[in-house]
Design a binder for this molecule. Structure first.
Ligand SMILES: [Zn+2]
Length: 596
């Protein structure tokens, strides 16, 4: 076995000292105590009086509330980020659990605020919303009010919040720890899940087949645990939804996403109605790979010339250049992440897999976690997470309560950033075979975000519905629902083996954030439409785009994208993005034909 090539990312590590010096930094406990004291004082000053406050008094309250949230967010971010660097270290896990418990107690003490704001009479709320003193937080107030029909009484909310730490949240953490520690045996080696899954991108078909078999075998040893955790969390969600009077499993998520059920249904109908684009592409891929039949483990097989090595320095340069050509401000803000050590790049034993950008709090800065292995998709992941990071950094001006966007638009900057990098790499490439490889790579990424996430949403819909109607589900029932929803997407273009049936059981999003996955498709199709606008209009589009990022979560998503010429409420809107995807597939077919 040869040593892997050095990527240059080996030493690129976070500097968490911007938050706290170390796990035992005395400032951390001092800040916790300050938070507790301030929460007590806050309660003493306001509890039971919120509905009687003038707009000016409410503005003073919110300012104090923001400061408290900033301090608590900073502590929570440190504990969480520190844990992701080594999830197998008990001390890090213990610190995170301690902070989670203290944080939950703190939010229980503050729970009265949302409840009293929501319960205030409509005339009072209307007067607040109209007052210039509260203009800065208008949307946050609107959002607190929309949950009005779904909130319980204060003692009930406190109880639910306290019990969730050892309930749903504990099950999610247990699941993550089991999967973090799991090893999959491949060719005599013990590999982590991400290491094993990465072999699905290998040229060697038999290695892909063995890697898929290793994942299935590993999941099989955990199937009792996984089935139990899924059933428990599905039931927990069902009782939450019942207690809060949400009509369907997805209604609460849609409300939080600030999008109505009808818009989401239109998105799902539009995407599932065009599954033919997926089958059309995989028939082309089968032809390009020269295979008679594509199996599930062939989906990510690299096509010729798509395999390149990008050192950390090259990856950094490519992304900053592409961002800078769109707008210099984008490259400037992205540059801070490298200069300030806000990125943790290399894979390490025990480190959390995948990638994310954590916004932390506006008074500090975001942090990005990667597992950079110098592949083309690692460059795309860098572009993706930096898109999030720039968005989070720019929207910080909205303050801690309004910086974050709902999930539906949270993926806009990340996917747009990937598009910029893709187009710039495409523009530099003239060799048709390489262009074809890049194009198919882009198509597969877009499919993973648009089509695959909707097929996962269909699985979520099926399992939540089945758990509510049929009671506890067996492993086989989960697998049946999984295969049915995945086969619907691929049609006859890819053969999903029975072994693939268990692959629902490692996806953390299903448990940690039910209903999350459709937001990716929302974001992808929105970005395709935005990118088309940018190409058509040019001009001051980049300025307006940066204004949109800076707006963060300070308004409804459909209002924030409106200045960019996009109407989210138009049911035909989603078809535009899907047409662009179909166009990419047609272009790939033509390139393939021209190569013979
Ligand atoms: Zn993302």
């Amino acid at each position: 076995m040869t040593e892997p090539l050095l990527t240059g990312a080996e030493e690129i590590a976070w500097n968490l000292a911007d938050l706290y010096a170390a796990m035992d930094d005395p400032q951390l406990d001092a800040d916790l105590d300050t938070c507790d004291a301030e929460a007590q004082a806050f309660q003493a000053d306001y509890r039971g009086r919120v509905a009687n406050l003038s707009a000016a008094e409410l503005a003073a309250l919110i300012t104090r509330y923001e400061t408290l949230n900033e301090r608590m967010g900073r502590i929570g971010a440190f504990a969480g980020l520190n844990w992701t660097q080594n999830t197998e270290d008990p001390a890090r896990g213990a610190l995170m659990q301690r902070i989670t418990e203290r944080g939950a107690r703190l939010s229980q003490e503050l729970v009265f605020l949302d409840l009293e704001l929501a319960a205030a009479p409509d005339e009072t709320a209307a007067a607040w919303l109209a007052d210039p003193a509260l203009a800065r937080w208008r949307h946050w107030l609107e959002m607190v009010r929309i949950f009005r029909p779904h909130l319980l009484s204060e003692p009930e909310e406190k109880l639910l919040s306290e019990k969730s730490v050892t309930g749903a949240a504990a099950w999610v953490r247990f699941f993550e720890e089991v999967h973090g520690a799991a090893r999959y045996e491949l060719d005599g080696e013990q590999l982590s899940r991400d290491q094993t899954l990465s072999k699905l991108y290998d040229q060697d078909r038999d290695l892909r087949r063995r890697a898929a078999a290793a994942v299935t075998a590993g999941l099989k040893t955990m199937q009792r645990t996984n089935t139990y955790v899924f059933n428990t969390l599905l039931a927990d969600k069902a009782s939450d939804d019942r207690l809060r009077s949400y009509p369907t499993w997805i209604s609460g998520r849609n409300l939080g996403n600030q999008v109505d059920d009808r818009t989401v249904e239109a998105l799902i109908d539009a995407v599932t109605g065009r599954y033919d684009i997926v089958a059309r592409y995989y028939r082309l891929k089968r032809r390009l790979l020269g295979l008679d039949e594509l199996f599930d483990y062939d989906r990510y097989a690299p096509l010729p010339a798509a395999d390149r090595f990008y050192s950390w320095e090259q990856g950094r340069q490519i992304v900053l250049d592409a961002y800078g050509r769109f707008h210099p401000r984008m490259a400037e803000v992205a540059g801070w992440f490298f200069d300030g050590r806000w990125i943790d790049a290399p894979p390490r034993p025990g480190k959390m897999g995948g990638a994310f950008s954590h916004g932390v709090v506006p008074s500090v800065h975001p942090y990005i976690l990667l597992n950079y292995e110098a592949k083309p998709r690692d460059v795309m992941t860098l572009a993706h997470e930096l898109g999030h990071g720039v968005h989070q950094k720019l929207s910080g001006v909205q303050g801690v309560l309004q910086a974050d966007t709902p999930l539906t638009t949270a993926e806009t900057a990340s996917v747009f950033g990937e598009m910029l990098v893709f187009q710039s790499l495409m523009a530099q490439e003239s060799d048709p075979a390489t262009r074809l490889g890049m194009l198919t790579g882009k198509i597969e990424d877009s499919f993973a975000t648009a089509f695959r996430q909707i097929s996962m949403n269909r699985f979520e819909h099926a399992m939540h519905t089945a758990r509510r109607e049929e009671g506890e589900l067996t492993t086989e029932r989960f697998s049946e629902l999984w295969l049915a929803t995945q086969r619907a997407m691929f049609g006859d273009s890819v053969t999903m083996t029975e072994d693939y049936g268990l692959w629902w059981s490692y996806v953390p999003h299903f448990l940690g954030t039910p209903g999350y996955v459709y937001a990716y498709a929302f974001g992808e199709l929105l970005v395709l439409a935005l990118y088309a606008r940018y190409r058509q209009e040019g001009g001051d589009f980049p300025e307006r785009y940066i204004a949109m990022l800076t707006a963060g979560g300070s308004n409804w998503p459909h209002e924030i994208v409106k200045p960019l010429g996009v109407d989210l409420t138009d049911p035909d809107f989603w078809g535009n993005g899907l047409d662009i995807l179909e166009g990419l597939v047609a272009e790939a077919e033509q390139l393939a034909d021209s190569l013979g």
